[in-house]
Design a protein around this ligand. Structure first.
Ligand code: ZN
Length: 413
């Protein structure tokens, strides 16, 4: 789980870097190769583009585009076949400063399969299909119902799928009178009961196989039937635990009703995502408020020390940390230095203070670097966004790095 969170963070960071590249002309090429695509086809396509690019009027642009395509062909040739999720190349010449430019290239093996082959040459890199992979893909079960009809479906990311629509045979309450009224009402109740049992069966068939992936079940409908259905315990007990409250009023109980349900629930769903982060930071704040500081540690230095001593239970690190961990090593005399600096202050070159030789510079994003150490010590890593008040507080008041200790230790020692 932590690996996934970290992988997502790294992927997001990389995309930001790619997105920030701007060309002086249409000379940034994005190439999406889906799984199953023949490498020889891709190379033929590129050869054709190469031939056509010799017609570009501007000499500089022509040179840059031809270089990019050549470079692409070399990169593509390294593959015998596309990896399981496909591969995306971004190659081109990006503008830096007033009139300088610099060749850039990125190769991304995405976390989810690419669907379509695409070649784009523009003044920016085309990252949208990859950005969509970052959207929340949590799975929810959906039920809308009244006594006449029920529809069961799934919500994943933004996609709604219908599993089943079921009409009931419950007769209308109206339109009958006379002496059989009482008996007729009993028949109605019996038919309604059978309908609810059937709906519960459809839910069980659809949702139980997905139980571990299911983040929750949303329930909606026009009247009181939905409450009755849930409160009377028709639903499988494992599914009952997943039901999200409140229930939502919808006008319809068909496929359109599912859309209504998702729309009405959207605020609640967004809150659920933030809720987890808020709770984590609140747990930390509760410790901080204790007279002796409780189990809380914060600030890079203190957190790093607790981490490396194996004291840290949970690491809370803000996405807003725009810092890099820089390690400087001298190959000649063995001099070594590590420091944390803001992104914009990463040195491009440095010389050894002992022997004056050129130092080897390695930089890692600090969120990545600290998370990696935490994993080595079995510490839980929670990457916190800036979207909640608590998340902002973590960044602004506690330096964006905090933790909760496993047990009380002498923190000054
Ligand atoms: Zn040295």
């Amino acid at each position: 789980m932590t690996d996934l969170q970290l992988a997502k963070y790294v992927f997001k960071k990389k995309l930001e870097e790619i997105k920030a590249c701007k060309g002086r002309a249409t000379e940034l090429i994005s190439l999406y190769v889906p799984p199953g695509r023949q490498i020889s086809d891709v190379l033929n396509y590129l050869r054709n583009e190469y031939a056509q690019s010799s017609n570009i009027k501007s000499r500089t642009t022509r040179k840059n585009v031809m270089w990019a395509i050549e470079s692409l062909m070399n990169k593509v040739k390294m593959y015998k076949e596309p990896p399981p999720n496909g591969v995306v190349f971004f190659v081109g010449t990006k503008a830096i400063g007033a009139d300088q430019s610099e060749p850039v290239s990125f190769v991304i093996e995405p976390p989810e399969p690419i669907n379509t082959y695409m070649y784009r040459c523009d003044s920016f890199f085309y990252t949208q299909p990859l950005e969509e992979m970052l959207l929340e893909k949590d799975l929810y079960g959906l039920v809308v119902m009244d006594r006449a009809e029920a529809t069961v479906g799934f919500l994943q990311g933004k996609r709604i799928t219908v599993v089943k629509n079921k009409q009931s045979l419950v007769p209308s309450k109206h339109g009958r009178g006379g002496q059989s009224q009482h008996r007729f009402e009993r028949l109605i109740e019996q038919a309604a009961h059978e309908f609810y049992v059937k709906v519960a069966e459809i839910c069980a068939e659809a949702f139980l196989p997905q139980l571990n992936n299911l983040r929750g079940i949303l329930v909606g409908g026009p009247g009181a039937t939905k409450e009755y259905f849930i409160n009377e315990g028709y639903l499988h007990h494992e599914l009952m635990k997943k039901v999200i409250k409140p229930f939502f009023d919808t006008g319809y109980t068909d496929e359109y009703g599912l859309k209504e349900l998702v729309e009405k629930a959207s605020e609640v769903l967004a809150d659920l995502d933030l809720m987890k982060e808020k709770k984590l930071v609140q747990r930390f704040l509760n410790e901080v408020r204790k007279p002796d500081g409780g189990l809380a540690v914060y600030g890079e230095k203190e957190v790093r020390a607790s981490l490396e001593n194996g004291y840290l239970d949970t690491l809370l690190i803000s996405e807003g940390n725009k810092k890099m961990r820089v390690s400087l090593t001298c190959k000649y005399c063995g001099y070594k230095e590590e420091k944390t600096v803001p992104e914009e202050l990463v040195p491009r070159s440095a010389s050894c203070p002992k022997c004056n030789a050129v130092l080897e510079i390695k930089t890692t994003d600090i969120v990545e670097e600290i998370s990696q150490i935490a994993e080595n010590f079995g510490t839980k890593v929670e990457i916190i966004s800036e979207e909640s008040e608590e998340g902002k507080m973590l960044l602004n008041a506690f330096g964006g790095i905090a933790g909760i200790l496993r047990y009380a230790v002498n923190k000054t020692g």
